[in-house]
Every structure is written in structure tokens, then in C-alpha cells.
Design a protein around this ligand. Structure first.
Ligand code: HEM
Length: 465
């Protein structure tokens, strides 16, 4: 037992603290409660208890994988209905299937393989640039929608040589429609009141039909690739078809390939779109940072085509992305659980084995003990290579937008290359401003966070066509 009680907001019988959480903005609710109850507090939702932690000291302790492991929390458990033991949603105890896929895919997601995807990334980034150029400077751009199109089309092309062509049709591809509804409903299901199943039968029918649509598209792509025999392509699908687990010599079966193909699209699209949207919001809000980022792109890339070699020279742009992920991490919380009964903070707080701990990055990334009194301010300078390395040395686990340890993001090099390219291409070609200069940031929450109602206008720069 711990020496201190973990603070807990008063709740109602049966429902517990359900009414403390706004279903449309659960993370912002948890953040408000942290302001009130402190860096650690406990919640009860229909009898299920979980602990919320939101400072670097506690998070650093819980990131120790000898004592804690990733917890597939209630929303992710629902996502399992669609992708089962795919990498993102595999339980800790499913080490056999997770480990096999992880080992086979690690090299496919390594920096060298990602470089071979550069031309496909460039293709989709050019489509976005062309669209915005044609829209002209007086048309408001719905920023998150277009970055979501970009992220999805890039993933589908690089992962499985499939084109959603989102920039060429007003309607979203049926896969994309189905995935959007599936993710939304997975979130809803995780907060459902415990009513008889028949109460939900209409939404459930649609939910399982959406899953069938996603799996049918993915199975179709897999079947076509297998019929084609050997392929020259070095995409993720081919890596999964050819790859052998170095430990067991086994290959992935078809169901696992489909689970992971859909997983990449789910895990990679909102996150990348959120990061790019917040990055442009931050740059427009901070003209000096904007000027420096654009100047760097001009110095490194000039006005010609952007090459993959140039991307690693964009040090300030990289710092803009890191700082963006700090102040507005698209995945605003990750979940861990103790492997056995544990105490935190030197024996103070007791957490039983298996209980969910929510690591609220949304607040911990602004910890003044790490980032100082100006922690809430957007300052890319603090994320320049040297400062970033010092931060990770002095305050381990203080910057966690890509998750923790073995279960951290496998798609990080992919997202990084794509984001640097898109930032460079857009800053090279356009000047941006808010559509509505009085726009105030609102956060929209799904399984990730994004700026809500954010529109900007794009003016082609002088001398560029
Ligand atoms: C895991 C963030 C892009 C695929 C994660 C986790 C985070 C994260 C926080 C850990 C989740 C947890 O602990 O529950 C991000 C961010 C991205 C991004 C911020 C973009 C800025 C991508 C992309 C892909 C991807 C582009 C695929 C191409 C995955 C997968 C996992 C994962 C498969 C599960 C890894 C495992 O458990 O083995 N990501 N991600 N992510 N991400 Fe990403």
C-alpha cells in the first residue's frame, strides 16, 4: 500500500466520474481535472478505475518497461474489432504475434527503406501543392482536411501501391469513409452506458459493415499482389509478404498482413495530419519562427525540386516539428499499466497490477520543471539538435509524442521524412496567412487531437509558378 491516497474527484453512485468527462473533449476534461487535482489523480468510470499522471517525474517512472507495459485502453480495445492483434492494438501478452510482426517490419520502417519511398511521397505532396496553387489566394483552405487527404494517400501509395486519389474527387474513397466512421464509433463504444446490446443494434450494424469494407479493400490489394507474383516494389506490403521473422523463421499470415496494412493507415493518417496542421498554425501565429523556417528552406532548397538529401539539412524546420509535437502532441495521452502491484513516487501512491495509468502528454509536455516558466510558449529554438539532445539527457521521457520503448511508433521515420518534405515544399512555394485573422485555436478530439475550424490562405510566392 502507498503512504498517501491518490486524490479523486467526487463522483456519483454507479456512474462514478463519467460526468466529469466531456465525451467530445475527454483529454481537455482530464487536463482541467489535473489543474484542479494535481499531477496525479484517480478516476472511476462505471466502476473501472484509472490513474492520470501529468508531470515528467511520474511519467519518467512509469516509462520503465521492467515495471510497466503498454496498456491497450478502452478505446484501443474497440479498435481491435477491426484490426485485432495488429501492431498498435496488440496486448502485451500477445508477444508472439506482436513480436513477429515487429521484427519483420522493423527494417521495412528503417531510414534506408523509407528513403526508397521518397518519390511516392513527393508525388502526393506535389498533388497537394498543385491543388493549393490552383485554388488561388482568395480561397480558404480547410487545413486539416487537406493534410488528412495527403497523409492517407501517401500511406496507401507507400504501404501498398494503392491510390485513393483523394485530391481528384469530391467524395472520399469508400475505405476512407469507412475508416473515419469506424474510428469515431470505436471511441463512442468505449464510453457506452452499459445498456442491452439491442439498444445499439443500428449503430453496431453500420460499425461492422465499415469494418467489412476496410478489410475487403485491404484483402483485395493483398490478393492482387499475390496473383502478380514477385514485385519489384519495396513497399510495406512486399516487406510483409517476403519477410521472415529472424527469430522463428516464420512468415506473416494473410490475416496479420491485413491487420497491419489497416493499422498503418489508422495510426499514420490523423497523427501526421495533426502534426502538419498544428505546425502551420504555430508558424502563422509566430512570424519570426515562420521567417526563419522559410529562410532555411530557401537557403537549402532554393527554387528547384526538393531532394531527399536536402531534408536532413533542414535543422530549423525539424525543430519546428519537434516543438509542435511538444505543445500539441497529436496523440495527447498514452496508456501504461503495472506488471505487478506497484507504488509510485518513492512508495507514496499505490497502483494495483493491471490498472490503467493514463500518461497525459497534453499537460506533461508543458511541465515547468522541465521546460521553464515559458513552457507553454512555442519556441522552436529549444528543439534545435543540440538542445534536443540535452533535453533527452537531462530529462529522460520528457518528450514522448511517439510513445514509449518497445511499443513506440514504428512509423516515426516515415512520418518525419514526409513532414519535412511537405513543410519544405509548401514554404518554398507559398506564403500563408490565417483566413480569419481573429482565429482562436480550438482543439478537436477524436482518437487524436487537431486544430478545429482552422482555415488558411495560400499565396504563391513571387517568381514561382
Ligand atoms: C505507435 C505517434 C505516425 C504507425 C505510436 C504511438 C504513438 C504514435 C504515441 C504509441 C501509442 C501507444 O503507446 O499506445 C505517432 C505520431 C505520428 C505517427 C505523433 C506522426 C506525427 C505514424 C505513421 C505510421 C505509424 C506514419 C505508419 C506508417 C504506428 C504503429 C504503432 C505506432 C504501427 C504501434 C507500434 C507498436 O506497438 O508496435 N505512434 N505516430 N505511426 N505508430 Fe505512430
Amino acid at each position: 500500500m502507498g503512504s498517501e491516497e491518490i486524490p479523486m474527484p467526487p463522483g456519483l453512485p454507479i456512474m462514478g466520474n463519467v460526468r466529469d468527462i466531456d465525451p467530445a473533449a475527454p483529454v481537455q476534461s482530464l487536463n482541467r481535472l489535473a489543474e484542479q487535482y494535481g499531477d496525479i489523480y484517480r478516476m472511476n468510470v462505471y466502476g473501472t478505475r484509472f490513474t492520470v499522471i501529468s508531470n515528467n517525474q511520474l511519467i519518467n517512472e512509469v516509462c520503465n518497461e521492467k515495471r510497466f507495459s503498454k496498456n491497450v485502453n478502452s478505446a484501443l480495445r474497440q479498435v481491435r474489432n477491426g484490426v485485432h492483434d495488429g501492431l498498435f492494438t496488440a496486448f502485451h501478452e500477445e508477444e508472439a504475434s506482436w513480436g513477429k510482426a515487429h521484427r519483420i517490419l522493423t527494417s521495412a520502417f528503417g531510414p534506408l527503406s523509407i528513403r526508397t519511398m521518397y518519390d511516392d511521397m513527393h508525388d502526393i505532396a506535389s498533388q497537394l501543392t498543385m491543388k493549393w496553387a490552383r485554388m488561388g489566394p482568395s480561397e480558404p483552405i480547410h487545413v486539416t482536411d487537406d493534410f488528412t487527404r495527403l497523409a492517407l494517400d501517401t500511406l496507401a501509395l507507400c504501404a501498398m501501391d494503392y491510390r485513393f486519389n483523394s485530391f481528384y474527387s469530391a467524395e472520399m474513397h469508400p475505405f476512407v469513409e469507412a475508416m473515419g466512421s469506424f474510428l469515431y464509433e470505436s471511441g463512442q463504444r468505449s464510453r457506452r452506458a452499459p445498456l442491452p446490446a439491442y439498444w445499439y443494434r443500428k449503430v453496431d450494424e453500420k460499425y461492422f459493415a465499415d469494418i467489412a469494407t476496410m478489410r475487403a479493400v485491404s484483402d483485395g490489394v493483398l490478393k492482387a499482389r499475390k496473383e502478380q507474383g514477385t514485385s519489384e516494389r519495396k513497399d510495406l506490403l512486399q516487406a510483409m509478404l517476403n519477410g521472415k521473422d529472424p527469430r522463428t523463421g516464420e512468415k506473416l499470415d494473410d490475416a496479420s498482413i491485413t491487420n497491419n496494412l489497416i493499422t498503418f493507415l489508422i495510426a499514420g493518417h490523423e497523427t501526421t495530419s495533426g502534426m502538419l496542421s498544428f505546425a502551420f498554425y504555430n508558424l502563422i501565429r509566430h512570424p519570426e519562427a515562420y521567417r526563419k523556417a522559410q529562410q532555411e528552406v530557401d537557403d537549402v532548397c532554393g527554387t528547384g525540386p526538393i531532394s531527399v538529401e536536402q531534408l536532413s539539412k533542414l535543422k530549423y524546420v525539424a525543430a519546428v516539428l519537434r516543438e509542435t509535437l511538444r505543445v500539441s502532441s497529436p496523440i495527447p495521452a498514452i496508456a501504461m499499466t503495472p506488471l505487478k502491484d506497484e507504488t509510485l513516487a518513492g512508495g507514496k501512491y499505490f497502483i494495483p497490477a493491471g490498472q490503467n495509468i493514463s500518461l497525459l502528454l497534453y499537460r506533461a509536455h508543458l511541465d515547468p520543471a522541465v521546460f521553464g516558466d515559458d513552457a507553454k510558449e512555442f519556441k522552436p529554438e529549444r528543439m534545435l539538435d543540440e538542445n534536443f539532445e540535452r533535453l533527452n539527457r537531462e530529462f529522460p521521457n520528457s518528450w514522448k509524442p511517439f510513445g514509449n520503448g518497445a511499443r513506440a511508433c514504428i512509423g516515426r521515420p516515415f512520418a518525419w521524412q514526409e513532414a519535412l518534405l511537405v513543410m519544405a515544399m509548401l514554404l518554398q512555394n507559398f506564403n500563408f496567412r490565417f483566413d480569419d485573422p481573429s482565429y482562436q485555436l480550438h482543439i478537436k478530439e477524436t482518437l487524436t487531437i487537431k486544430p478545429d475550424g482552422f482555415y488558411m490562405r495560400a499565396q504563391l510566392r513571387d517568381g514561382l509558378t
